[in-house]
Design a protein around this ligand. Structure first.
Ligand code: R5P
Length: 296
């Protein structure tokens, strides 16, 4: 107990100053969440920019060791410092990401299929919420296959995750799946992102599309945009730029970072777009400069 003899009397009450912590919150749709949820969201979405650079390296959970992710133990330490959030499986994170990095984690918590199958749309929540809590996950990511064979089960699993997330203040990231046979139209993304938000997720991972601004406007929680298959660095930075301009709150980018000719330069260039308002051209010039510096 603190010593209470001879203490200075309290007098700085600032009665005429409004309570300073009554205002808004930097994450879309989150103003009425509780403290734990907001704390976790603030670890993912940078309070200064409101946005996130999420580094996705969960591909192995259904694809095995894709190009660039052969040695997570060597790759992730080079990139982690430039990301706000690491998206991976519990196996990859426990074995290859030192906890001393202290980065927010978006834990891939659904699975159920592999590239050896034709139909990848059957996934369920496979990580117990207790294990997500043990890993200090800032969010769990659950994939949902709207319009595909596995629609009903994946919607049920997503809702189960939201129920558990609400119980323990763990945000859920709803992942919009796009499959071989599935549409990638504006109409599809309007439907899928909105459905996931209505189910109660705290953020949605989706893809860029035409009229992306409408998709972002109609979704009451933040959208993070996946990079998709490897394209040129210039095009990937344009994708990031147009996503942010269209109202995304960040990217969840994998292959266009770890398969880049210079992954460290690429993630830093993406961060310039996401957090510092760089245009795609400025970010590309920044990337070229860093690449040049790294080879000298
Ligand atoms: C798929 O395996 C995951 O959902 C990825 O995390 C997501 O697609 C982002 O990675 P990429 O930018 O490589 O598409």
């Amino acid at each position: 107990m603190a010593d209470n003899i001879g203490n200075k009397a309290a007098k700085q009450f600032s009665e005429n100053t409004e309570f300073a912590n009554n205002g808004s919150f930097h994450v879309k749709g989150a103003v009425h969440y509780d403290w734990g949820m907001k704390d976790r969201l603030s670890r993912i979405f940078n309070p200064a920019s409101g946005n996130t650079v999420m580094l996705a390296f969960d591909h192995g959970y259904f694809m095995g060791p894709v190009s660039g992710l052969e040695r997570l133990d060597l790759l992730i330490p080079k990139l982690a410092n430039h990301a706000d959030c690491l998206m991976g499986t519990r196996g990859a994170i426990r074995s290859c990401v030192p906890p001393t990095f202290n980065k927010s984690i978006a834990l891939r918590a659904s699975s159920g299929s592999s590239v050896l199958q034709d139909d990848l749309s059957h996934e369920s929540m496979v990580v117990d919420i207790e294990d997500a809590i043990k890993m200090n996950a800032s969010a769990i990511a659950i994939q949902t296959f709207i319009g595909a064979d596995g629609q009903k089960e994946t919607i049920e699993e997503l809702n189960r995750a939201v129920n558990l997330g609400s119980k323990f203040s763990i945000p859920v990231m709803g992942v919009v799946a796009v499959g071989k046979e599935m549409e990638r139209t504006t109409q599809f993304f309007l439907l899928a992102t909105r459905m996931l938000a209505e189910f109660g997720v705290q953020m949605v991972k989706t893809y860029y599309c035409d009229d992306f601004g409408k998709v972002a406007a109609a979704c009451p929680v933040p959208l993070v945009v996946a990079g998709g298959k490897k394209i040129s660095e210039k095009d990937a930075l344009s994708l990031a730029y147009h996503s942010i301009q269209g109202g995304a709150a960040g990217v969840d980018m994998g292959r266009n970072i770890f398969q880049s000719e210079d992954p460290e330069a690429m993630i830093q260039a993406v961060a310039k777009v996401v957090h510092e308002g760089y245009s795609d051209q400025e970010a590309y010039e920044f990337f070229l400069q860093l690449t040049k510096d790294n080879t000298q």
